[in-house]
Design a protein around this ligand. Structure first.
Ligand code: CP
Length: 328
Protein backbone atom coordinates (compact mmCIF):
# COMPACT_ATOMS: atom_id res chain seq x y z
CA UNK A 1 0.00 0.00 0.00
CA UNK A 2 1.14 3.54 -0.70
CA UNK A 3 1.95 6.18 1.92
CA UNK A 4 2.89 8.75 -0.75
CA UNK A 5 1.74 12.25 0.21
CA UNK A 6 0.35 11.14 3.62
CA UNK A 7 0.94 13.09 6.82
CA UNK A 8 2.16 10.96 9.75
CA UNK A 9 0.30 12.54 12.66
CA UNK A 10 -0.91 9.70 14.86
CA UNK A 11 -0.34 6.01 15.40
CA UNK A 12 -4.07 5.60 14.76
CA UNK A 13 -3.18 5.71 11.03
CA UNK A 14 -1.39 2.35 11.29
CA UNK A 15 -2.57 -1.25 11.21
CA UNK A 16 -0.30 -4.30 11.46
CA UNK A 17 0.22 -4.52 7.69
CA UNK A 18 1.29 -0.88 7.48
CA UNK A 19 3.60 -1.32 10.47
CA UNK A 20 5.29 -4.31 8.82
CA UNK A 21 5.67 -2.32 5.60
CA UNK A 22 7.49 0.45 7.52
CA UNK A 23 9.65 -2.13 9.31
CA UNK A 24 10.57 -3.96 6.08
CA UNK A 25 11.73 -0.67 4.54
CA UNK A 26 13.50 0.31 7.79
CA UNK A 27 15.48 -2.97 7.77
CA UNK A 28 16.51 -2.32 4.16
CA UNK A 29 17.94 1.08 5.24
CA UNK A 30 20.54 -0.46 7.55
CA UNK A 31 23.46 -0.58 5.03
CA UNK A 32 22.90 3.11 4.20
CA UNK A 33 22.71 4.12 7.86
CA UNK A 34 25.91 2.13 8.54
CA UNK A 35 27.64 3.86 5.56
CA UNK A 36 28.19 0.49 3.86
CA UNK A 37 26.17 1.81 0.90
CA UNK A 38 25.22 5.31 -0.27
CA UNK A 39 22.09 6.49 -2.06
CA UNK A 40 21.12 9.82 -3.60
CA UNK A 41 17.44 8.97 -4.02
CA UNK A 42 16.37 12.26 -2.38
CA UNK A 43 18.98 14.46 -4.05
CA UNK A 44 17.46 17.92 -4.57
CA UNK A 45 14.76 17.37 -1.93
CA UNK A 46 14.51 19.57 1.18
CA UNK A 47 13.32 18.64 4.69
CA UNK A 48 11.86 21.49 6.75
CA UNK A 49 12.80 20.41 10.30
CA UNK A 50 10.79 22.58 12.70
CA UNK A 51 11.35 22.01 16.41
CA UNK A 52 9.50 24.44 18.67
CA UNK A 53 10.28 22.39 21.80
CA UNK A 54 13.65 20.99 23.00
CA UNK A 55 14.89 17.82 21.31
CA UNK A 56 18.18 16.06 20.73
CA UNK A 57 17.58 12.71 19.04
CA UNK A 58 14.28 13.23 17.25
CA UNK A 59 15.45 16.44 15.56
CA UNK A 60 18.93 15.19 14.70
CA UNK A 61 17.79 11.73 13.60
CA UNK A 62 15.14 13.21 11.29
CA UNK A 63 17.91 15.37 9.79
CA UNK A 64 20.41 12.50 9.53
CA UNK A 65 17.79 10.19 8.02
CA UNK A 66 17.06 12.75 5.30
CA UNK A 67 20.76 13.39 4.63
CA UNK A 68 21.42 9.65 4.40
CA UNK A 69 18.85 9.49 1.59
CA UNK A 70 20.69 12.29 -0.23
CA UNK A 71 18.44 15.22 0.76
CA UNK A 72 19.13 18.62 2.35
CA UNK A 73 17.83 19.86 5.71
CA UNK A 74 16.71 23.38 6.69
CA UNK A 75 15.65 23.81 10.28
CA UNK A 76 14.46 26.15 12.98
CA UNK A 77 14.66 25.43 16.69
CA UNK A 78 12.86 27.07 19.60
CA UNK A 79 9.69 29.12 19.71
CA UNK A 80 11.49 32.41 20.37
CA UNK A 81 13.51 32.24 17.15
CA UNK A 82 10.35 31.64 15.11
CA UNK A 83 7.69 34.07 13.86
CA UNK A 84 5.16 32.03 15.88
CA UNK A 85 6.36 34.14 18.82
CA UNK A 86 5.18 37.26 16.90
CA UNK A 87 1.67 35.83 16.62
CA UNK A 88 1.92 34.11 13.23
CA UNK A 89 -0.57 31.24 12.93
CA UNK A 90 0.39 27.61 12.42
CA UNK A 91 -1.58 27.70 9.15
CA UNK A 92 0.47 30.61 7.73
CA UNK A 93 3.74 29.05 8.87
CA UNK A 94 2.73 25.79 7.19
CA UNK A 95 1.79 27.50 3.91
CA UNK A 96 5.16 29.25 3.75
CA UNK A 97 7.47 26.44 4.88
CA UNK A 98 5.68 23.86 2.74
CA UNK A 99 6.47 25.87 -0.37
CA UNK A 100 10.16 25.80 0.62
CA UNK A 101 10.22 22.06 1.42
CA UNK A 102 9.28 18.62 0.09
CA UNK A 103 8.43 17.22 3.52
CA UNK A 104 8.27 18.68 7.05
CA UNK A 105 9.05 17.21 10.47
CA UNK A 106 7.68 19.18 13.40
CA UNK A 107 7.60 19.20 17.20
CA UNK A 108 5.45 21.63 19.16
CA UNK A 109 4.44 21.83 22.85
CA UNK A 110 0.67 21.94 22.23
CA UNK A 111 -1.42 18.77 21.76
CA UNK A 112 -3.04 18.83 18.33
CA UNK A 113 -0.74 21.55 16.98
CA UNK A 114 1.01 19.36 14.39
CA UNK A 115 -2.35 18.25 12.94
CA UNK A 116 -3.44 21.91 12.82
CA UNK A 117 -0.19 22.80 11.04
CA UNK A 118 -0.69 19.93 8.56
CA UNK A 119 -3.99 21.48 7.43
CA UNK A 120 -2.03 24.39 5.99
CA UNK A 121 0.78 22.30 4.51
CA UNK A 122 1.08 21.36 0.86
CA UNK A 123 3.62 18.61 1.64
CA UNK A 124 3.62 15.62 4.06
CA UNK A 125 4.08 16.52 7.74
CA UNK A 126 5.62 14.07 10.24
CA UNK A 127 4.71 14.58 13.88
CA UNK A 128 7.87 14.72 16.03
CA UNK A 129 5.80 15.11 19.23
CA UNK A 130 2.83 17.37 20.01
CA UNK A 131 2.63 18.18 23.72
CA UNK A 132 1.48 15.25 25.85
CA UNK A 133 -0.54 13.88 22.94
CA UNK A 134 1.48 11.66 20.58
CA UNK A 135 4.97 10.84 19.31
CA UNK A 136 4.18 8.42 16.46
CA UNK A 137 7.66 8.05 14.98
CA UNK A 138 9.03 7.27 18.46
CA UNK A 139 6.31 4.62 18.94
CA UNK A 140 7.22 3.02 15.62
CA UNK A 141 10.93 2.93 16.49
CA UNK A 142 10.07 1.58 19.96
CA UNK A 143 7.98 -1.20 18.43
CA UNK A 144 10.69 -1.91 15.85
CA UNK A 145 13.17 -2.19 18.74
CA UNK A 146 10.86 -4.49 20.72
CA UNK A 147 10.44 -6.76 17.69
CA UNK A 148 14.21 -6.90 17.13
CA UNK A 149 15.13 -7.43 20.79
CA UNK A 150 12.54 -10.18 21.32
CA UNK A 151 13.57 -11.88 18.08
CA UNK A 152 16.93 -12.63 19.77
CA UNK A 153 15.04 -15.08 22.00
CA UNK A 154 12.68 -16.10 19.16
CA UNK A 155 9.75 -14.45 20.93
CA UNK A 156 7.02 -12.61 19.01
CA UNK A 157 5.34 -9.39 20.15
CA UNK A 158 2.04 -11.27 20.49
CA UNK A 159 1.83 -12.66 24.02
CA UNK A 160 4.61 -10.53 25.51
CA UNK A 161 4.61 -8.75 28.87
CA UNK A 162 5.58 -5.05 29.04
CA UNK A 163 5.97 -2.99 32.22
CA UNK A 164 5.69 0.77 31.63
CA UNK A 165 7.05 2.91 34.44
CA UNK A 166 7.00 6.55 35.53
CA UNK A 167 5.08 9.49 34.15
CA UNK A 168 2.40 7.66 32.19
CA UNK A 169 0.09 10.70 32.28
CA UNK A 170 2.25 13.19 30.39
CA UNK A 171 4.62 10.75 28.63
CA UNK A 172 3.45 10.85 25.01
CA UNK A 173 5.74 7.99 24.00
CA UNK A 174 3.89 5.51 26.23
CA UNK A 175 0.54 6.77 24.92
CA UNK A 176 1.53 6.16 21.30
CA UNK A 177 3.30 2.85 22.02
CA UNK A 178 0.29 1.50 23.97
CA UNK A 179 -2.00 2.28 21.02
CA UNK A 180 0.30 0.42 18.63
CA UNK A 181 0.67 -2.56 20.96
CA UNK A 182 -3.13 -2.74 21.21
CA UNK A 183 -3.06 -3.95 17.57
CA UNK A 184 -1.24 -7.14 18.66
CA UNK A 185 -2.61 -10.16 20.56
CA UNK A 186 -2.70 -11.08 24.22
CA UNK A 187 -0.23 -8.51 25.59
CA UNK A 188 0.17 -8.17 29.34
CA UNK A 189 0.55 -4.50 30.36
CA UNK A 190 1.82 -3.61 33.84
CA UNK A 191 1.42 0.13 34.30
CA UNK A 192 3.53 1.41 37.20
CA UNK A 193 3.02 5.08 38.12
CA UNK A 194 2.06 7.31 41.03
CA UNK A 195 -1.75 7.53 41.12
CA UNK A 196 -1.58 11.18 40.01
CA UNK A 197 0.51 10.24 36.94
CA UNK A 198 -1.40 7.12 35.89
CA UNK A 199 -2.02 6.20 32.26
CA UNK A 200 -5.06 8.17 30.97
CA UNK A 201 -8.36 6.24 31.22
CA UNK A 202 -9.06 6.42 27.47
CA UNK A 203 -5.80 4.58 26.70
CA UNK A 204 -6.38 1.96 29.42
CA UNK A 205 -9.90 1.39 27.99
CA UNK A 206 -8.51 1.12 24.46
CA UNK A 207 -6.02 -1.62 25.43
CA UNK A 208 -8.53 -3.46 27.64
CA UNK A 209 -11.22 -3.35 24.92
CA UNK A 210 -8.67 -4.83 22.50
CA UNK A 211 -8.51 -7.88 24.81
CA UNK A 212 -5.19 -7.29 26.62
CA UNK A 213 -4.52 -7.79 30.33
CA UNK A 214 -3.80 -4.61 32.30
CA UNK A 215 -2.41 -4.32 35.83
CA UNK A 216 -2.29 -0.81 37.32
CA UNK A 217 -0.03 -0.29 40.32
CA UNK A 218 2.09 2.31 42.10
CA UNK A 219 4.63 -0.30 43.26
CA UNK A 220 7.84 -1.15 41.42
CA UNK A 221 8.90 -4.17 43.50
CA UNK A 222 7.26 -7.38 42.36
CA UNK A 223 6.07 -5.91 39.07
CA UNK A 224 9.21 -6.00 36.90
CA UNK A 225 9.12 -9.65 35.87
CA UNK A 226 8.39 -8.60 32.28
CA UNK A 227 9.89 -9.18 28.82
CA UNK A 228 10.25 -5.42 28.31
CA UNK A 229 10.65 -2.77 31.01
CA UNK A 230 9.94 0.65 29.47
CA UNK A 231 11.12 3.38 31.85
CA UNK A 232 10.16 7.06 31.38
CA UNK A 233 11.21 10.45 32.71
CA UNK A 234 8.97 12.71 34.81
CA UNK A 235 7.93 15.23 32.12
CA UNK A 236 8.59 18.28 34.29
CA UNK A 237 7.91 20.68 31.40
CA UNK A 238 4.23 19.63 31.49
CA UNK A 239 3.77 20.32 35.24
CA UNK A 240 2.40 23.61 36.59
CA UNK A 241 5.62 24.12 38.60
CA UNK A 242 9.03 22.58 39.20
CA UNK A 243 8.01 21.89 42.82
CA UNK A 244 5.03 19.84 41.63
CA UNK A 245 7.27 17.76 39.33
CA UNK A 246 9.84 17.29 42.09
CA UNK A 247 7.26 15.39 44.16
CA UNK A 248 7.54 12.51 41.69
CA UNK A 249 11.17 12.63 40.54
CA UNK A 250 13.25 9.76 41.92
CA UNK A 251 10.20 7.66 42.91
CA UNK A 252 10.79 4.74 40.52
CA UNK A 253 14.52 4.35 40.04
CA UNK A 254 15.83 1.36 38.14
CA UNK A 255 19.42 0.26 38.75
CA UNK A 256 21.44 -2.95 38.42
CA UNK A 257 20.63 -4.11 41.96
CA UNK A 258 16.87 -3.73 41.41
CA UNK A 259 17.21 -5.33 37.97
CA UNK A 260 19.01 -8.37 39.45
CA UNK A 261 16.45 -8.77 42.23
CA UNK A 262 13.20 -8.12 40.33
CA UNK A 263 13.63 -8.57 36.55
CA UNK A 264 14.06 -11.73 34.48
CA UNK A 265 17.63 -12.47 33.42
CA UNK A 266 16.75 -11.38 29.85
CA UNK A 267 14.34 -8.49 30.54
CA UNK A 268 15.00 -5.80 27.92
CA UNK A 269 15.35 -2.27 29.32
CA UNK A 270 14.01 0.57 27.18
CA UNK A 271 13.62 4.33 27.65
CA UNK A 272 12.75 6.87 24.93
CA UNK A 273 15.49 9.16 26.29
CA UNK A 274 16.54 11.64 27.50
CA UNK A 275 16.97 9.92 30.87
CA UNK A 276 17.16 12.43 33.69
CA UNK A 277 20.56 11.67 35.21
CA UNK A 278 20.38 14.36 37.88
CA UNK A 279 20.75 12.84 41.33
CA UNK A 280 17.20 13.74 42.44
CA UNK A 281 15.70 11.83 39.49
CA UNK A 282 18.10 9.23 38.03
CA UNK A 283 15.29 6.96 36.83
CA UNK A 284 17.73 4.72 34.91
CA UNK A 285 21.08 4.45 36.66
CA UNK A 286 24.39 4.53 34.78
CA UNK A 287 25.32 1.28 36.54
CA UNK A 288 23.06 -0.43 33.96
CA UNK A 289 25.25 0.81 31.09
CA UNK A 290 27.15 -2.48 30.83
CA UNK A 291 24.00 -4.59 31.10
CA UNK A 292 23.64 -6.25 27.66
CA UNK A 293 19.85 -6.00 27.95
CA UNK A 294 19.98 -2.20 28.13
CA UNK A 295 18.56 -1.40 24.68
CA UNK A 296 18.30 2.39 24.98
CA UNK A 297 21.08 3.23 22.53
CA UNK A 298 20.05 0.53 20.05
CA UNK A 299 16.57 2.09 20.34
CA UNK A 300 17.95 5.56 19.43
CA UNK A 301 19.91 4.03 16.50
CA UNK A 302 16.72 2.42 15.22
CA UNK A 303 15.17 5.89 15.08
CA UNK A 304 17.29 6.73 12.04
CA UNK A 305 16.18 3.58 10.19
CA UNK A 306 12.49 4.10 10.92
CA UNK A 307 12.62 7.79 9.98
CA UNK A 308 14.47 6.96 6.73
CA UNK A 309 11.67 4.50 5.96
CA UNK A 310 8.97 7.08 6.69
CA UNK A 311 10.63 9.68 4.43
CA UNK A 312 11.02 7.15 1.62
CA UNK A 313 7.38 6.05 1.97
CA UNK A 314 5.76 9.49 2.30
CA UNK A 315 7.79 10.76 -0.67
CA UNK A 316 7.01 7.60 -2.67
CA UNK A 317 10.63 6.61 -3.37
CA UNK A 318 10.82 3.40 -1.31
CA UNK A 319 11.32 1.25 -4.43
CA UNK A 320 14.02 3.56 -5.86
CA UNK A 321 16.53 3.70 -3.00
CA UNK A 322 18.86 0.99 -4.38
CA UNK A 323 18.51 2.28 -7.97
CA UNK A 324 20.20 5.53 -6.86
CA UNK A 325 23.17 3.83 -5.17
CA UNK A 326 26.52 5.61 -5.50
CA UNK A 327 30.11 4.68 -4.62
CA UNK A 328 30.73 4.85 -0.85
N1 CP B 1 12.93 10.45 22.49
C1 CP B 1 12.90 11.76 22.19
O1 CP B 1 11.86 12.30 21.74
O2 CP B 1 14.06 12.42 22.45
P1 CP B 1 14.34 13.95 22.16
O3 CP B 1 13.46 14.74 23.09
O4 CP B 1 15.80 14.16 22.42
O5 CP B 1 13.97 14.23 20.74
Amino acid sequence: MSFKGEHILSVKQFDRDKIQQVFDIARSMEPYAKRQKRTTVLEGAILGNLFFEPSTRTRVSFGCAFNLLGGEVRETTGMQSSALSKGESLFDTARVISSYSDVIAMRHPQAGSVAEFAEGSRVPVLNGGDGANEHPTQALLDLFTIEKELAASEQPIDGMHIAMIGDLKFGRTVHSLSKLLALYKNIQFTLIAPNELAMPDDIVSLIENAGHRVTITDQLAGNLNADIVYQTRIQEERFPSQEEANKYRGKFRLNQDIYTKHCKSNTVIMHPLPRDSRIEANELDNDLNLNPNLAIFRQADNGVLVRMALFALTLGVEQLVSKYEREV
